[in-house]
Design a protein around this ligand. Structure first.
Ligand SMILES: Nc1nc2c(ncn2[C@@H]2O[C@H](COP(=O)(O)OP(=O)(O)OP(=O)(O)O)[C@@H](O)[C@H]2O)c(=O)[nH]1
Length: 339
């Protein structure tokens, strides 16, 4: 008799904060974890990033799950999608790589898979990966409480954006991570000309003062004020606003408008993602906290493909009406970006 576990397909789960670098690292990480023919599932709390495939993921190997988080409201859709994929012939892909939304609770995803009557036999979680954003603005060592919980259960930690910090801070964070989870495999992601990702050797844990690793929760910070990663409803109060951007929107005007919005909302905005389309192709703009990243751009892959763009804003206490009114004026050219 065949053991059903021996037929189970590997599942690699990527977690990590909004904008921590998961999508950028997706194809490289899959390869480093031994998958030559992965199928990717990308979950977004906002509208689908229609252009995610342009980052080197062929569309036949990509499924998008937009409009909610797979740790809660999108669980059953995730279950349906995984059920369809596992029925595929073994040769079509050798692993499923699931990128969760930046709000997801990894424990809730694991619980869903392991308690699912069919998927728990058909899939085995081969790696749980946690992306840690080295440039998130927190001081080099203090890891937040939600980092500790996620790191404690991770098999792999990717320290992303190390090109944006000093080497001494990078080494201190790596040592702190190793101190929390001594068996975690450590990788580093950085932007050179392109994004590169590589395994790093474990640092010397005795070089870090462990009493300084954990930040005290700040009750005034919306992020620290959440109930904690084990509560699936911990992001119920996060606002997700989706807007269409008409073909031909100026990316320069939109960038200036976004910087003004981030400044005006102070800490209220966690993440901004825009894909702007124009005759040259499309441009993607990313904001994480107060950092606005340099735009990426690519040409359209199909002739005649002229879709509208999208803008997703994720944060706390956002007024959809006000932001929408200001954006409408901007895209219609009726205001300058600074109005
Ligand atoms: N300098 C630098 N930028 C990076 C690195 N990794 C990602 N970025 C940039 O950070 C921004 C967010 O990266 P994404 O890969 O979209 O982050 P994500 O975790 O998929 O975002 P969400 O899906 O919204 O949670 C983009 O502008 C990336 O180009 C890195 O290692 N170095």
């Amino acid at each position: 008799m065949t053991d059903s576990r021996s037929l189970s397909r590997p599942l690699i789960i990527l977690t990590g904060d909004l904008g921590s670098g998961k999508t950028s690292g997706l194809p490289l990480l899959a390869k480093l974890l031994g998958s030559q023919r992965p199928h990717f599932i990308v979950n977004e709390v906002g509208a689908a990033n229609k252009f995610v495939g342009a980052f080197g993921v062929p569309s036949a190997r990509l499924s998008l799950l937009p409009g909610g988080c797979i740790c809660c409201e999108k669980q059953s859709e995730l279950g349906d999608l995984l059920a369809v994929l596992v029925e595929h012939p073994q040769s079509e892909f050798d692993a499923i790589v699931l990128e969760s939304s930046g709000l997801a609770d990894p424990a809730a995803i694991l619980r869903f898979i392991s308690l699912h009557p069919k998927l728990n036999h058909q899939l085995k979680v081969s790696s749980l990966v946690y992306f840690l954003d080295a440039a998130s603005g927190r001081p080099p060592i203090p890891l937040r409480h939600q980092d500790l919980t996620s790191l404690a259960v991770a098999d792999v930690c990717v320290l992303a954006k190390t090109d944006m910090i000093e080497t001494i801070d990078r080494d201190a964070i790596l040592a702190a991570v190793a101190n929390v989870n001594a068996t975690v495999a450590l990788f580093e992601q950085r932007r050179e000309t392109d994004i590169v990702l590589a395994r790093v050797q474990g640092p010397r844990v005795d070089q870090v003062d462990t009493s300084k690793i954990v930040a005290k929760p700040d009750p005034s910070s919306p992020a620290d004020n959440q109930t904690g990663p084990s509560e699936t409803a911990n992001h119920a109060h996060v606002d997700v606003l989706n807007f269409d951007l008409p073909f031909g929107t100026s990316w320069l005007a939109l960038s200036t408008w976004l910087i003004a919005l981030l400044h005006q909302q102070d800490t209220g905005i966690l993440r901004v993602k825009a894909a702007i389309t124009n005759s040259g192709g499309w441009v993607s703009l990313n904001g994480v906290g107060h950092t606005v990243f340099p735009p990426d751009n690519a040409e359209f892959t199909h002739e005649g493909n002229r879709p509208d763009g999208t803008l997703v804003i994720i944060g706390f206490g956002l007024s959809e009406q006000k932001i929408s009114r200001s954006l409408r004026l901007l895209v219609s050219g009726k205001i300058s970006p600074t109005s």
